[in-house]
Ligand binder design. Structure first.
Ligand code: SIN
Length: 349
């Protein structure tokens, strides 16, 4: 009887140890490191939506910013980047940002002029001559004044990024003089100043979203458009346009925006780290944008069935002169509080 009791106790003990080992309760090893699981309870996620390809000045900078934020916050903040209008597009991204459906977007400043008329100053033709001038204006006190305009919209402006100078592309006929634009349906970003620019030379401005440009060019719903070499190359506009004229008549750049309520909800240590990441990305971004546009222009120059022309100095001067009424339009319609005057002190005439 005694043997039976001891045997039963031993069997129960062995069974318990066996189950414990099988379930990993005894001699359990620590869980393997899993980045996805790290600090899940404290991790902050930023969804960042933009409308261009990843291999563009904005796409690369968005990825660089995501990397730097993660690095500086030691993984506490994760930035998920959604390129190519895969999350929100030109038409709905600002509302989504205001509603807090997305934490960050990077629209062109031209697209923001619907809300912020003063930003039209950056769309004025032939205002800037060099990338350095653009850098000085957008990253200095003028940039800060422009970002302050966002306040009533509950949006935090983290800064401005650059893409480059815009040129013209066209189907059928090349644009050697501004007269060649007469009667053409030209796509613009939604900015009254950009529309005025094309009206002034007798073209028909057609404001449409970036994601529709390729198909509208393909269908000949529009016959020409203005953009940077990097956007023309990465979006394949050269497949549906045969001519490009290097006019360098305006700039294309970006505002980096965050939902204000989300920004305010972040601990001040994280706000500081994000600000540092933004500053570092911006310095890097301005250099990369210039290099990328040069590289993509070289790629465009090597293509068959795509001709590139430089507008002659004489025609450029005529084009610039013809566009002077756009400045009159701007003065008459925008209460700019001397922002243009301040920019003109920085840029060469
Ligand atoms: C972009 O670079 O974000 C798009 C520019 C455009 O709409 O032409």
């Amino acid at each position: 009887m005694k043997k039976f009791i001891i045997g039963s106790i031993l069997s129960v003990l062995l069974l318990t140890i066996g189950i414990g080992i099988q379930q990993g309760l005894l001699f359990a090893k620590p869980l393997p490191y899993d980045d996805e699981q790290k600090g899940l309870d404290t991790q902050i996620t930023i969804h960042l939506s933009h409308v261009v390809a990843e291999n563009t000045p904005k796409g690369l900078a968005a990825n660089k910013f995501a990397e730097l934020v993660e690095e500086k916050t030691d993984g506490e903040v994760k930035v998920h980047v959604y390129p190519n209008a895969s999350f929100y597009n030109d038409e709905n991204e600002f509302k989504a940002l205001q509603n807090g459906d997305v934490e960050m977007i990077i629209p062109t400043f031209s697209k923001m002029t619907t809300y912020l008329p003063k930003w039209q100053v950056l769309d004025l033709p032939y205002l800037f001559n060099t990338d350095e001038e653009v850098h000085d204006v957008l990253t200095g006190s003028i940039g800060e004044q422009l970002l302050a305009e966002l306040e009533p919209y509950q949006v935090k402006g983290l800064g401005f990024w650059h893409n480059g100078f815009k040129h013209l592309t066209s189907a059928d006929l090349p644009i050697h003089t501004f007269e060649n634009l007469q009667g053409l349906r030209v796509r613009t970003m939604p900015s009254k100043t950009l529309e005025k620019q094309f009206e002034t030379v007798g073209a028909i401005p057609v404001p449409i979203s970036f994601s529709e440009v390729f198909s509208d060019l393909e269908k000949h719903a529009i016959e020409a458009q203005e953009n940077t070499a990097s956007n023309i190359y990465s979006k394949g506009f050269y497949k549906v346009q045969q001519h490009m004229t290097l006019t360098k008549h305006g700039i294309l750049g970006y505002s980096v925006l965050m939902n204000e309520k989300f920004w305010q909800s972040l601990p001040s240590k994280i706000q500081k780290q994000i600000t540092e990441a933004m500053k570092e990305t911006t310095d890097w971004q301005f250099e990369q944008a210039v290099l990328m546009n040069e590289k993509d222009l070289r790629k465009l120059q090597q293509l068959d069935n795509f001709e590139i022309y430089k507008m002659s100095a004489k025609e450029r001067a005529r084009f610039k002169e013809k566009l002077v009424p756009v400045y009159d339009y701007y003065y008459a319609n925008v209460d700019d509080e001397k922002i243009l005057e301040q920019i003109q002190k920085i840029v060469s005439p």
